[in-house]
Design a protein around this ligand. Structure first.
Ligand code: AVJ
Ligand code: FE
Length: 440
């Protein structure tokens, strides 16, 4: 991005805005108006709220802030302010209906395209303005992933379609890879669209560790279930066990037991749980319990990023596991190109220097780390993007899922959520510290 000329930069931003809006259109046109205004789960907003919220943030950050233009709909700011109303309360608000919401986002977008033609994109303004456009693209893509999770929670016949992901897997992969100890550069000061919480680049020392080559599969997770993992408090933290007891859960969300078989519902289809696919729709607590049962632990966020980015041949951190090229279909399962994770061992083109696979795409990966600022953090452009979430309540997730767009996913990208959350497209992989006899 930094290498693009100004004309190319404008064209790139325009293309990304249009491509992203196309995805929002697919997600909001695949169901009828009743499904758009309905609340499919108290965990989620009605789809029509996400749609108008996308427009509202675009009006605030681009039309008003960058463009200095008067407000289009000052009367609805409060309705679409995520901090004013919880998701559970949003259906009761006097929201824009589907027709009004579509008109509103289209009006905002046409003003944004006018602005893109005349907003200064050179010198210092490049940083402020190009970033503001990039942030809006990422914001819409993040809500598109949230809307995809709402689709997964929706009852009824399938509404979305996509080709299956690549099914070729490398059978001979070692179960774990070794990452030698030493410092590496974590975070970034160079990625033009990196959000405030990914900044600045800083050196971090990481001890020797082993990391699972791929995310934990359904088949491996079933062994934990079959071994009574959900009934054994030894594997769970106090908070995790209390949550397990309170909810009575016995398997990942969307699974149920039918005689001998485990079935699951996925975007309106019912299917036997595929054993080779990364497990998805598990909470941090379940991931942590599985890891303890397996004699391992979850990776720290720094371990995860070192495995994903550090290149021992050059000593530098890459943008992605495969190098610095933008993600393509050969690298990773991203961008809702497919509606499920690919089997563990797919995507040889996305392998990291340490040998780990599928660090980017397929499933978000829970880490052991609380969401906290990096040394030298400064909130930008708003405290409300990251800073208000820092602290022990949220765990960091890394790597993106099949529903994460490439524009909102990088080796440095940080997601966060409550450790009880299961509706997001989250799985995990395990790590471990070398045993005494493995050290020299
Ligand atoms: C980064 C995914 C946790 O959805 O709550 C959307 C992104 N921030 N609108 C979220 C976000 C404001 C955020 N996550
Ligand atoms: Fe938002």
């Amino acid at each position: 991005l930094a290498d693009l000329g100004i004309a190319d930069l404008r064209a790139h931003v325009a293309e990304e805005l249009a491509r992203t809006r196309q995805r929002s259109a697919v997600l909001t046109e695949a169901v009828d108006d009743g499904d758009l205004i309905k609340q499919h789960s108290p965990l989620m907003s009605p789809l029509v709220w996400d749609l108008a919220h996308i427009g509202s943030q675009e009006e605030l950050w681009l039309v008003r802030d960058v463009g200095g233009a008067p407000a289009i709909r000052p009367d609805i700011d409060d309705l679409y302010d995520a901090f004013q109303h919880s998701r559970a309360d949003r259906p009761q608000l006097p929201l824009l209906g589907p027709v009004e919401a579509r008109e509103y986002v289209a009006t905002v977008r046409s003003k944004v395209f006018d602005l893109l033609d005349r907003a200064p994109l050179e010198g210092r303004r490049l940083v402020e303005h190009a970033f503001a456009f990039g942030m809006i693209v990422q914001h819409e893509q993040q809500h598109d992933e949230t809307m995809l999770a709402t689709h997964q929670l929706r009852d009824g016949p399938p509404a979305l379609t996509a080709d299956p992901p690549p099914s070729d897997v490398d059978a001979g992969l070692p179960p774990e890879v070794f990452v030698p100890g030493g410092p590496f550069t974590m975070g970034t000061s160079a990625e033009p669209w990196a959000l405030d919480n990914e900044r600045p680049a800083h050196r971090v020392h990481v001890e020797d560790f082993y990391l699972d080559t791929t995310p934990v599969t359904n088949g491996a997770y079933l062994a934990f279930i079959d071994a009574g993992g959900y009934d054994d408090p030894r594997w769970w933290s106090d908070g995790g066990w209390a949550y397990r007891q309170r909810t009575g859960m016995r398997a990942p969300r969307f699974w149920w037991h039918d005689g001998e078989r485990w079935l699951r519902r996925r975007f309106g289809h019912v299917e036997p749980v595929p054993p080779g696919e990364p497990v998805v729709h598990v909470s941090f607590h379940e991931a942590e319990a599985y890891a303890a049962w397996a004699g391992k632990r979850l990776p720290t966020e720094a371990e995860w990023e070192k495995a994903a980015r550090f290149d021992p041949a050059t000593g530098r951190s890459r943008r992605y596991p495969w190098g610095d090229d933008e993600p393509g279909p050969e690298h990773a399962n991203l961008s809702q190109r497919h509606l499920r994770p690919a089997p563990a061992g797919a995507y040889p083109g996305g392998v990291a220097p340490c040998g780990a696979r599928q660090l980017i795409g397929d499933v978000w990966e829970w880490t052991a780390t609380d969401f906290a600022p990096y040394p030298g953090f400064s909130a930008f452009p708003y405290r409300e993007y990251s800073e208000v979430f820092f602290g022990p309540d949220y765990k960091v997730l890394r790597g993106g899922s099949f529903g994460t767009d490439a524009a909102a996913c990088r080796g440095t990208f940080r997601n966060w959520d409550y450790p009880i959350r299961r509706q997001i497209f989250a799985g995990f992989r395990c790590a471990r510290t070398p045993r005494r006899e493995e050290r020299d």
